[in-house]
Each structure stands twice: as C-alpha cells, then as structure tokens.
Unconditional design. Structure first.
Length: 273
C-alpha cells in the first residue's frame, strides 16, 4: 500500500513538473515574440544595410535553393491529385467540379502546406542549428557585451526572409502543380487543355492568390520564429545543439499543420455562412 502511494505521488509530481516546464516554455516564447517586435521597432538606421544583406542571403537559401525540390514534388503531387480528381469527377458525372477541387485541394491547401514543410526541413533545421551553435560558442554573449542586439542581427532577417520565401514558394508550388495536372489529364484522360484551363478559370479567383500569400507568409514567419527561439535558448553545451534543432523542427511542424487546419476551418465557416 505504501509503495502504491509513493508511486502515485511520484506520478503526480512528474505531471506537475512537466506542466510547470511547459508553462515556463510558453512564457519564454511569448517574451521572445515581444523581443522580436521591440527589436524591429528599434532597429537603428546604420544596421539596416547589414540587415538587408542578411535578408537577401536568407531568401536565396530558403526560396531559390529550394526551387528544384519544390519543382519535382509539386509536379508529381499535382499530376497525381488532379488526375485522380478528374477521374472521379468523370465517374460521378461532375466534370465541372474539377476547377473548384483544384482550387481547394491544390492551390489553397497543399501548396502552402508542402512549401512550409520543405522550408521547415531545410531552413528550419539550419536556423536552429546556427543560432544554437552561436549560443554554445559564446557569440550571442559577445554581441550582447558589445551592445548589439542579437535579435536584430540574427533573428529579424530570418523572420522576414522565411515569410517572403514560403509565400513565394507556395505560389511556385501551385503553378507547377497546375502544370503537372495539365499534362496528366491530357495524357491519361485525353482532356483538352482548353477545357482544363477553363475549369481552372471558373474555380480560381484573385482572392485565392492573396490567401495563398497570407497563408505562406504566416507559415514562414512562424517557422523562423520557432526555430530561432529554439536555437537561442540552447544551453552552453555541445549536446544542446541537436536537442534545439529537434525541438524547433517538431514544434514548427506542429505549427504549420495547425495553421493549415485553422485556415481550412475559417474557409468552411466563410463558405457556409
């Protein structure tokens, strides 16, 4: 009986410690968001040239270098999904629904989602590892001792660069996926390109492009913010670097899917209201 009471007490203590640790991490994340906002507002003019240089490098690494991967993935996914959607639409006699299906599944959902996942896997790991290494090697402490805000120098360019990159990569993914659907429906279903493009014209609108940009920017900004926070809060030991990378990537991946779910729910509520 005494052993059982000790076990229950230990279990509740572990749950309490875990809950307190989670609450502490949430508070630290909120403080980090506030520090980023404060750093953006107080960014000195003499530091903007260096910030623009870092922003350019971040966009080149995150967006331009990821274009070959996005191209192959979007071509395969677009061809597969659109070909299957057209086959099912013909089967059930609703060929006119191809355009709305492509707009809903490919353009508004899969484009931003897969672009964000690739950015998390490539750039998210890089951001977390770079900042964690800077923390372990004492670079962050040295910048603070010199009066330089590490958030302004290391974090802000990554936030803006990731937001721009994911937004543009989402549009790039959608364009290649639509082109892949055109080829697949032409070869497999013998659908004339004119009918395919007409169905897309009826299913897509300018609001879809704006939605993709907003969704991509939200995913990119959150990904860079989470991975930067995970890297900068690393302990001063080499073993903390892979731990920070793992923590940042996992949380960023959950965030990306949460954003996709929230946008999907908002879209359903908007269309049914």
């Amino acid at each position: 009986m005494a052993i059982r009471e000790i076990t229950l007490t230990g279990s509740f203590s572990a749950i309490g410690e875990r809950a307190r640790g989670t609450g502490t991490e949430v508070l630290e994340a909120i403080q980090f968001v506030g520090a980023c906002v404060r750093a953006a507002i107080s960014l000195p003019k003499n530091a903007r040239q260096l910030t623009w240089r870092s922003l350019y490098l971040q966009v080149r690494f995150t967006a331009v270098d990821a274009m070959p991967i996005i191209f192959g993935l979007s071509l395969l996914i677009g061809g597969l999904v659109i070909a299957q959607a057209h086959a099912q639409a013909v089967r059930w006699g609703v060929q006119q629904a191809l355009g709305p299906i492509v707009a809903s599944v490919i353009v508004r959902l899969l484009g931003p989602l897969f672009a964000a996942i690739i950015v998390v896997a490539r750039s998210g790991t890089a951001v977390a590892s770079e900042l964690a290494t800077a923390r372990v090697m004492g670079e962050v402490t040295a910048l603070e001792a010199l009066g330089v805000d590490p958030v302004q120098l290391m974090v802000l360019p990554r936030l803006v660069g990731a937001a721009i990159s994911v937004a543009l990569l989402s549009l790039y993914f959608d364009a290649i996926a639509i082109a892949g659907g055109l080829v697949s429906t032409l070869l497999l279903a013998k659908l004339p390109p004119g009918e395919y493009l007409e169905s897309l014209r009826l299913g897509l609108s300018g609001g879809d492009v704006l939605l993709v940009l907003i969704k991509g920017a939200a995913c990119g900004l959150g990904t860079a913010l989470i991975c930067s926070w995970a890297g900068l809060r690393a302990a001063r030991t080499p073993a903390a670097i892979p731990q920070s990378v793992t923590r940042g990537v996992v949380v960023a991946m959950v965030y990306v899917f949460a954003v996709a779910m929230l946008f999907a729910i908002a879209e359903v509520l908007w269309t049914t209201s």
